[in-house]
Design a protein around this ligand. Structure first.
Ligand SMILES: *Cc1c(COP(=O)(O)O)cnc(C)c1O
Length: 457
């Protein structure tokens, strides 16, 4: 097969500040660049198609085997299959439970990785791909600004990975004590900077560093969810999950609780590679810009974003919406200005989205537990509620799969308050108190940060 190339979502943009980037690049280039020079996001120019018999054969296979079957179609031109196999075996050494709620309605838990969030799936693969594909003499420095969970998923995924240093910036006053402890204690090649400021300040420093020519020799790169290396691995678990619950060729409704829309975009790609979806559901929390867009046809970001219980989904303008717009024939920029409308009829036919309030999220945590014995945390509850709303408004559909994106033990207070129980703590979240490690405290001052970066190089 011809190697897959990647293009920028802004390649045809006429009225942007930056010159449209018209080249197609390799996966390696897209991975290391992160974002295209015209501020667009990279998209695969071709997609493999995976035959139905092969998908059906994924049943009862270990996850790494399915990952290899899908992933080699993207990467085998650059990475020998034996090496890919080693990467997948090493990255995916944890369980993926699928729970039955009632009838043929299922929940797939992507919360058994080292930081108990679905982000582990992409972060662990991305770290291995970056380490493998960087030039033999190239040392890379990953910079991440985090408000909590992304930082620990990335930090853990890159811990001990050869040839790559990771610097995490987090806002001193905006992370929970538990998140802080997780970030401070990763250690090894992963450094935590505790910034005397807000998340936005951390993000600003990271952005400034990327543009700073004096830091060019550090080979700075990003690992946030606009990177295509974070998206492709997120198409794989939909194949695996489908095969475990469906009969060959049967259609399924998949529900993905959504914030920056990277997880849901993985599902959209899986669909286009041959996964037989009936509908993709993308419920949001009270940041309802996307369901409103599907309803009204006009797009308005939520600014500032609303603070909801499902805090990893508090996004007022999802960055991966640019990819959805592109694949449905439109264009939207990072400010949320629409430059070309997507095919709305087709989008509405394929995608269903509703906004779920915090009140409904709480009620769903209660009712799912009471009625089906399902233990959900706020993000998964937004998902389950979205599925219920879909089944109410569009009628029943036999086979449905809803995604749980974090482990309930990450939200012990809410769970205890709502259900009166203590969620069992998975191995990965245990023993945090005994871990040691200190952050590097820095003022909200770019020059200080920069000098430190240079002193480590
Ligand atoms: C990041 C995150 C989400 C949102 O995923 P997107 O890909 O940004 O839509 C949902 N739940 C949890 C627990 C997350 O950490």
């Amino acid at each position: 097969m011809r190697p897959i190339s990647y293009y920028s979502t802004n390649r045809y943009l006429k009225d942007g500040d930056l010159k449209p980037f018209r080249e197609n690049v390799s996966f390696k280039e897209a991975l290391i660049m992160g974002q295209a020079p015209d501020a667009g996001l990279f998209m695969p120019a071709q997609l493999p198609s995976i035959p139905m018999e092969e998908i059906a054969g994924f049943k009862d296979k270990p996850y790494w085997e399915v990952a290899l079957a899908v992933g080699r179609r993207f990467w085998e031109d650059a990475i020998p299959v034996d090496d890919l196999e080693n990467m997948f075996r090493d990255a995916y050494n944890f369980e993926i439970p699928i729970e039955n709620a009632y009838g043929r309605k299922y929940v797939m838990r992507l919360d058994q990785g080292p930081t108990a969030s679905f982000k582990d799936f992409a972060a662990r693969m991305m770290s291995r791909l970056m380490s493998y594909l960087r030039g033999a003499d190239d040392h890379l420095t990953v910079l991440v600004a985090t408000s909590g969970d992304t930082g620990s998923a990335i930090g853990n995924a890159f811990k001990g990975v050869e040839g790559i240093d990771v610097h995490i910036l987090y806002p001193a006053l905006e992370v929970s004590p538990r998140q802080k402890k997780q970030l401070d204690t990763i250690g090894d090649n992963v450094r935590a900077f505790m910034v005397d400021g807000k998340f936005d300040d951390c993000q600003k420093m990271v952005k400034q560093a990327f543009l700073d020519p004096e830091l060019a020799r550090l080979n700075l790169t990003s690992a946030n969810s606009i990177n295509i290396g974070r998206i492709l691995p997120q198409s794989i678990y939909y194949f695996w999950g489908y095969a475990q619950i469906a009969s060959e060729g049967e259609e399924v409704v998949i529900c993905v609780p959504s914030g920056n829309f990277g997880n849901a975009f993985g599902c959209e790609l899986a669909w286009r590679m041959g996964l037989p979806l009936h509908r993709l559901l993308m419920p949001t929390n009270e940041n309802n810009e996307f369901p409103r867009f599907l309803d009204s046809g006009s797009y308005q970001k939520v600014d500032p974003s609303r603070r909801c219980l499902s805090n990893a989904m508090n996004v007022g303008h999802p960055s991966n919406l640019a990819r959805f717009f592109d694949i449905y024939g439109g264009n939207i920029d990072k400010e949320g200005d629409v430059h070309g409308f997507p095919d709305l009829d087709r989008m509405r036919e394929r995608i269903f989205s509703v906004s779920v309030s915090d009140e409904e999220t709480r009620e769903t945590i209660r009712s799912a537990y009471r009625e089906y014995g399902l233990l959900l945390e706020p993000h998964g509850a937004v998902g389950w509620n979205g599925l219920e709303k879909y089944l109410e408004t569009e009628g029943d559909f036999p086979l449905c799969l809803s995604i749980e994106t974090a482990h309930p033990a990450k939200f012990p207070d809410e769970i205890e308050e709502l259900l009166g129980i203590h969620p069992p703590i998975p191995e990965s979240l245990r023993g945090l108190e005994e871990k040691t490690g200190e952050p590097i405290p820095i003022p909200n001052n770019y020059q200080v940060f920069k000098d430190l970066l240079l002193s480590f190089a």
